[in-house]
Each structure stands twice: as structure tokens, then as C-alpha cells.
Design a protein around this ligand. Sequence first.
Ligand SMILES: [Zn+2]
Length: 178
Amino acid sequence: MHCPFCRHPDTRVIDSRSTEDGAAIRRRRTCPECGRRFTTQETVLLMVSKRSGVTEPFSRDKVVAGVRRACQGRPVSEDSLAQLGQRVEEAIRAKGAAEIPSNEVGLAILGPLRELDEVAYLRFASVYRGFESLADFEAEIEQLKVERESNRTPGDPRADRKVQGATDSASKGEKGES
Ligand SMILES: [Zn+2]
């Protein structure tokens, strides 16, 4: 590997250790030419296998591009898209597999996208799950309503965060001081 500072074509490894979770190896390297040090990280390259049998490296950018398309015209920020991409990648990497079928990537997108924007979720789900009729949409919308009314998952920190902006009761208890 060449030196990222002076482009010297050869560098020397001075230390090698696994990360805490064991998912990667970090190597401390030094350049014999300029003497500077840097760190590299070695991880398993996560591959996605398509139905055609072709495999390609997992791409968070591709995930985000697909979701961005579904979010067209919706009030969804680039920040939210980036966060969703990160969540999807983390969920997939947490499975610990070196190769996953492409439909699992789609599945991993559905949950976070539903929290982000229900309309975009319906668009994405309609393509991804191949909705064929109005009844498919109606069933999915019914499901969304039911889950919204059952007040989301208790203990989900995301649910709490959403409520924060609307609450003003938090400060009421501390007014007795003046
Ligand atoms: Zn160098």
C-alpha cells in the first residue's frame, strides 16, 4: 500500500490488532520515506447477490438513491436519508454474513423508511413488494393505521424523540422556586 502523504509505493506495518467487536483488523503503518504514520482497516467486503446470480459490493449510496427516489416531493431531508442509509447498513452488517441476497437489503429499508415517511414507504413497498391492486395498498395502509394507534413500540427511543417537540409539561414541575 502506498503512503497517503508522499505516495511512496511501500509502507511498513508496525502494529496490528482486531477492533473490539472483532469485525475488523486495524494496522498501524509507517512510511520509510517520509516517516509519517497512518492506520488502515481491513473488513470483510459485504456482497449483495442479485436474483440474476451476479454479486456486487454493498453500496450505501445505492440504498440512499433508491430511497431518495421514493421520497420525491416529500419533506425528507438529505440528513434523514443519510441516517437511514447508515441504519440500513448497520442492520445488514449486524447479521454478520459476507453475502446477502438483494431482497434482504430491501427488507432492511422498509422499517426505517416507514418511520421516516409513510407515503414514501408506501411507494417503496408497492414496488419492492409488488403491489398489484388497490387492495394491496388498502391492506398496507390499514396496517399502518393499526400500528400507529397501538402507539408504536414502547421503549423505542425514536418514539420518544418524536413527542419531545410537542411537550411543554416537562418544565412545569420546576416552577415553585421564584
Ligand atoms: Zn510517505
